[in-house]
Design a protein around this ligand. Structure first.
Ligand code: SF4
Length: 123
């Protein structure tokens, strides 16, 4: 094996290793940011995330842009179809007065790194 091949193999192994760890690490980081007292992201952050996922502001029916193509619906609620989370109450992308929305986690990653999310990368 040439040094170049060894470096390429090492890089591939490292990328695969980190790709597998990314989801669990993001989940852990979100849970830690929520803390034991249900801390929430600020309203402007939730608004930006809501627009990224649904194409409209929270509690508004005015569509500002198309909903994210990765958003999926189940039993009247919306979920991210790409993050690997189960479709449960705690992972809803919707907001409501009677539950903690996934969009409210102070630290939250988006698979597409959209605006408002903690891993946002401008295009
Ligand atoms: S990919 Fe990002 S913007 Fe799209 S539904 Fe998932 S969390 Fe929302």
């Amino acid at each position: 094996m040439t040094p170049e091949e060894a470096i390429r193999t090492a890089n591939e192994v490292r990328e695969r290793y980190f790709a597998r760890l990314e989801g669990p690490l993001d989940f852990t980081r979100s849970m830690l940011s929520r803390g034991p007292f249900d801390q929430r992201a600020g309203p402007e952050v939730v608004r930006e995330r809501h627009i990224a996922c649904h194409g409209r502001e929270p509690y508004s029916l005015v569509q500002l842009q198309a909903p994210c193509e990765r958003r999926v619906e189940k039993d009247g609620f919306h979920y991210c179809g790409s993050c690997g989370c189960p479709k449960a109450k705690g992972t809803r992308l919707d907001v409501g007065p009677d539950f903690y929305s996934k969009l409210e986690y102070p630290w939250l990653a988006c698979p597409l790194k959209r605006k408002g999310f903690s891993n946002h990368e401008p295009p």
